[in-house]
Design a protein around this ligand. Sequence first.
Ligand code: HEC
Ligand code: HEC
Length: 280
Amino acid sequence: MGAAAMMAALSAFAADDIVERGRYLTYAGGCISCHTEDVEDAIPLAGGRAMETPFGTFYSPNLTPDMKSGIGGWSDDDFVDAFWEGVSPDGKHYFPAFPYTSYTGASRDDLLAIKAYLFSLEPVPKETADHDLAWYMSSRIAAGAWKAVNFEPARFEPDPSQDEQWNRGAYLVRHLGHCGECHTPRNAIGVSQADTEMAGSTFGEEKIPNITTHRIDGIGRWSASDIEYFLDIGMLPDGDFTGSSMVDVIEDNTSKLTRDDRLAIASYLKSLPPRESAED
Ligand code: HEC
Ligand code: HEC
């Protein structure tokens, strides 16, 4: 093989590699649950999932590389800015129904791997439906005002006093896996509270459990391997199976991860201080 052919073969290998890595990270980010319509035979990641919230119904956009209805025309920076800053390529503010509030901590490398994976998908022409929101939320100005008060863009910084496993877990839980979007209580305008991280919440009708190490309110009696097993197959230590929106999290995210990554998540959760569940 000549040098040029060798280089071409190597870069094709590297390209496959980034797509594979991106596919894994797309699972770790739980993108599929939100960006796939809730109908039989829906095309994964082509958008159209209706998401009911107290502010109205959001419809997730098409993430396939279709030039017109998808993200086929986006540059690397367009893509990264959506996650880091919560802004669209034409400068519009996203609503926090897209959890950029967690994804802001993701690394550029990981985000560009996700982009490479999305761009490897078959382009699907499918227009995104308009959101159907309460009047006070129905403009991008409301999204911008919310952001100005509640959002601080910041990358994940590893904590040098903790080991690698803990840091990997912290990155997955707080950022890519956005577990706190559900498990951390919010104040009246919908922002998660750092001092009550993972202490449980309610979202509309849904009760979301406390997953801190509190022995009664939380999962303090679970071992790290109980947590790992739960994230793999959805079974609680008492033999029951989990329900509601956690089923999607297990199916589209944590069951697709390596055992090491699930153990990293467990290590991070085991390190959280015990917190009582908020009264609400
Ligand atoms: C909790 C549901 C949810 C999850 C999880 C989620 N998204 Fe989204 N996403 C949305 C919603 C809703 C919007 C539209 C926000 C708006 O219009 O303000 C959106 C918007 C986007 C956009 C902007 C698209 C456009 O056309 O402007 C991109 C890109 C995106 N998401 C990618 C991803 C990726 C990649 C992941 C996984 C790492 C992900 N999303 C996870 C709900 C979600
Ligand atoms: C879309 C919202 C949502 C997200 C995101 C989410 N969870 Fe959950 N989780 C739930 C709900 C709801 C339940 C309770 C399910 C039930 O009622 O059976 C739950 C249950 C759990 C439980 C079992 C607790 C118990 O006492 O039964 C654990 C552990 C858990 N989640 C961990 C995680 C981790 C780790 C992540 C991030 C990778 C995560 N969850 C992301 C909604 C979510």
